[in-house]
Design a protein around this ligand. Structure first.
Ligand code: NIG
Ligand code: FE
Length: 409
């Protein structure tokens, strides 16, 4: 490290989440963290800090610094809401029954097609703000409520526009294969032709997506149809993610692992063989306890088997108007522990290091380590266990995005 830095934080403990630092959370107690040019340039025990003149000094007041949180699976840009379906489900109808009666995803498709780009943007803002207030510094946003070229582009452009006005990195994913639009009823293969021949190439041309996703389920698309989308994405040099085994076992996880997908998301119904395939391919399992909770599912993802196999487990909100209208990643950490059996340290890894990996971004973020972006949150807490345990009152003391203090006033 050079003798000067932009920012120096001391009187702080660091939950580095760096696997090369031993112990839970990769903790460095009584740490010093030096930042220059938006990146961490030094992190270690304060007593080992080389001489460093800082432009700004921050006293962490004995709190804990964590990586900025990463929400790696959201559908945050959409029109309308589905409060009436919530009431129907409480009355006993299932998510699948609501979907098959023309509601569900298709109800949001109608509202999203009808909304202007400006209306979509304004509707998305409070959801994004709620995440940012919790210390989220990177958010993935999927399309998938357009299901036609213009509306898919409108959703992705809106997602990108959010990052121009808020201190957050936004990655976008094209989920055109989310549901069959009504104008293609009975012609699912022809819709997949449209996705592969028009929508994905146009999205790639405009560089509007960082990845391609699909929903493999009886109420969406088959393994064979999803394989076509995967082949198309690979041809366009885009990494792949799959919504799989949420409501039933389709076999999509094995297909996704075979294609070296970045992640398979939901995974409630995966088998032991699926877990082995994910371990072999390094595919991340993205756990979505908010959807499990909202839909009052009873089939838990096999966390013990995933853990034993060494599969990386990320946690995310799945923020969407149907299966999880909950804009709180912190609550997902709590649910990940209480509903799925994660440890608090696994929950924090799930929204930092593992979430970065699910986005193919672990070279730039997800841990506190020299060379990585200085996306960081300072928490007024005694132990990082409090992050999954305590909801509501424990709020970030300071949030840094690329080394810049972006704490909301
Ligand atoms: O991840 N599973 C498919 N897609 C979303 C739900 C979308 C919706 O219901 O609007 C999910 O749960
Ligand atoms: Fe989802």
């Amino acid at each position: 490290m050079t003798e000067r830095c932009d920012l120096l934080i001391t009187n702080v403990h660091a939950a580095t989440m760096d696997p090369s630092v031993s112990g839970a959370y990769g903790a460095v107690e009584d740490a010093a963290v030096a930042i220059t040019g938006g990146r961490i340039v030094w992190l270690g025990p304060r007593r080992e800090l080389p001489h460093c003149a800082a432009d700004h000094n921050i006293d962490g007041e004995g709190g804990w610094l964590t990586p900025g949180l990463i929400d790696c699976h959201t559908h945050l840009v959409y029109g309308g809401h589905r409060a009436s379906e919530f009431a129907r489900r409480l009355g006993g109808e299932s998510y699948t029954e609501v979907a098959l009666s023309g509601g569900g995803i298709l109800s949001t498709v109608r509202a999203t097609r009808a909304a202007s780009a400006e209306q979509l943007y304004r509707a998305a803002e409070p959801r994004l703000r709620a995440l940012l207030a919790e210390g989220v510094t990177t958010v993935e946003i999927k399309s998938g409520y357009g299901l036609d070229l213009d509306t898919e582009l409108k959703q992705l452009r809106t997602a990108r526009r959010l990052s121009q006005h808020y201190p957050v990195a936004i990655t976008t994913t094209c989920l055109a294969a989310h549901a069959l639009p009504p104008e293609y009823e009975g012609r699912a293969d022809e819709y997949i032709d449209l996705v592969c021949e028009e929508i994905l190439p146009a999205v790639a041309r405009e560089q509007l997506a960082d990845a391609v996703d699909m929903f493999c389920e009886s109420i969406a698309f088959s393994v064979r149809q999803c394989q076509r989308v995967i082949d198309c994405a690979r041809g366009l040099d885009l990494p792949v993610k799959v919504h799989a085994e949420q409501l039933s076992r389709s076999g999509a996880t094995a297909m996704a692992a075979g294609a070296s997908a970045l992640s398979v998301d939901h995974v409630e119904y995966i088998s032991d063989e699926d877990v082995a395939a994910m371990a072999a391919s390094g595919t991340v399992a993205v756990l979505l306890p908010g959807a499990y909770y909202t839909l009052r599912e009873t089939q838990r993802p096999p966390v013990e088997t995933l853990r034993a196999a060494g599969v990386c487990m990320a946690l995310s909100t799945d923020l969407n108007p149907g299966s999880c209208p909950i804009a709180s990643l912190r609550l997902m950490m709590n649910m990940g522990c209480n509903l799925f059996g994660l440890t608090p340290a696994e929950a924090l890894a799930g929204v930092t290091r593992s979430a970065a990996r699910a986005l193919g971004m672990c070279c730039s973020r997800g841990a506190l380590r020299p060379g990585l972006r200085a996306d960081m949150v300072l928490w007024p807490m005694d132990t990082p266990d409090q992050l999954a345990y305590e909801i509501g009152a424990l709020q970030p003391a300071q949030i840094f995005f690329g080394g810049r203090d972006v704490t909301a006033g």
